[in-house]
Design a protein around this ligand. Structure first.
Ligand code: ADP
Ligand code: MG
Length: 370
């Protein structure tokens, strides 16, 4: 097992700085994911670690050994690609054995090792097929088996599931995770799919435009985003802007349109002027105005504004509401385990109840969490 250390890695292509000073330590046996929108530099960073690209600045260490000048084929890394990259004219067995043959491994050893990874990738019995006789998921398993059979210190996977259909992706991400855990191999995984990242990773680095915004567990980045970008890219968020009216007993009051919202005093203590607040759809609940004692149900841990149901959409496990709060403020609200009888019709006036702990405050100019 191996640690990976990236020290101030920068990489430019003509006209674009793909990576800007990335520093990151990845622990031995860790499943580490690079998450970000298309073009943010994920593939470039992965290929730089693999040695396919040479960084313009910075250093890469594997197990504290500087590998900047080690060519790709001598770096002990296995790579799995988005488009499978299996050899079409070779059988499954030959595809997987390829890397071992290149390394002049004795054939009895090759047999044993290939059998082992075939079993692990659930491909036993498919040895003699060619890739055109396999499904997409099976082809990607061949890609995975081929990367693993050389027993790399580091496994690098670039959107390995993005060519598969949705159901298979969900299955395969669990399989990849199980195999990685079993082998304990240090892994860098690339995806633009935030749910996939949350499910599969020990830690996630959220990237944009060649920089890392935040590194943390799925819980960290979802519940405790450091800035507006992370908050909006990971999961769905309602943003509202307003002016801070003042502070009292550990709370601030924020004017949003014509209504006021309470929030916890930001850690930074910077509580003046304009503020951007964020709240997740699933944290908000709705109370129909006609319900008796609706307001009395409120407690000191929540803040309430008013609005009108604009839209209600049943998706199975939940109902999504769009609520018009006036002044061009529209909130998405999700109600889980919905009952048909309690569906709130379009046009109904509602109280919108938000737990104060679910409200995050950001600097609207810099996007940084306050
Ligand atoms: P991602 O994998 O996150 O979608 P990439 O690492 O592929 O992003 O690309 C990052 C940026 O670098 C993009 O602006 C892309 O156009 C550019 N880029 C990537 N590879 C090359 C290349 N070989 N030549 C020129 N520009 C490149
Ligand atoms: Mg890419």
């Amino acid at each position: 097992m191996a640690t990976i250390r990236l020290e101030k890695i920068s990489k430019s292509f003509p006209g674009v700085e793909a990576l800007s000073g990335i520093s990151q330590q990845i622990e031995s046996g860790e499943f580490f994911t690079l998450l970000g929108p298309s073009g943010c530099g994920k593939t470039t960073l992965l290929r730089t670690v693999a040695g396919f690209y040479r960084q313009n600045e910075g250093h890469i260490y594997i197990d504290n050994k500087l590998i900047d000048n080690v060519p790709a084929y001598e770096r002990n890394t296995g790579m799995v690609f988005q488009n499978y990259a299996v050899f079409p004219h070779m059988t499954v067995y030959e595809n997987i054995a390829f890397g071992l043959k290149n390394r002049k491994v004795p054939s009895s050893e090759i047999k044993r090792k290939v059998a082992y990874v075939l079993e692990m990738a659930r491909l036993s019995g498919y040895e003699d097929r060619t890739p055109d006789q396999l499904s997409g998921g099976q082809q990607q398993r061949v890609g995975l088996a081929r990367a693993m059979v050389i027993e790399p210190e580091v496994l690098l996977m670039d959107e390995p599931l993005s060519n598969l259909d949705a159901k298979l992706r969900v299955e395969m991400r669990e399989e990849i995770r199980d195999i990685q855990r079993e082998l304990g191999i240090t892994t860098i995984y690339v995806t633009h799919d935030q749910e996939e990242a949350l499910v599969i990773s020990d830690r996630i680095a959220v990237m944009e435009s060649g920089v890392i915004h935040q590194v943390g567990t799925g819980w960290d980045i979802y519940k405790n985003p450091t800035d507006v970008f992370v908050s909006s890219f990971v999961g769905e968020t309602n943003f509202m802007e307003g002016d801070i009216l003042g502070e009292e007993v550990g709370r601030i009051k924020i004017m949003i349109g014509k209504q006021t919202i309470q929030a916890n005093v930001p850690k930074s203590g910077n509580i003046k002027g304009h503020v951007k607040i964020a709240v997740r759809p699933e944290d908000i609940s709705l109370v129909q105005k006609r319900e008796e004692g609706a307001v009395a149900n409120l407690n000191a841990d929540s803040t309430v504004i008013e609005g009108k149901v604009e839209k209600n959409t049943f998706t199975g496990p939940l109902v999504r509401y769009l609520i018009d709060c006036g002044n061009n403020i529209h909130l998405v609200v999700e109600t889980h385990k919905p009952e048909q009888a309690s569906l709130i019709p379009v046009g109904t006036s509602v109280f919108i109840k938000i737990p104060i702990s679910a409200i995050l405050c950001f600097n609207p100019e810099t996007g940084q969490r306050l």
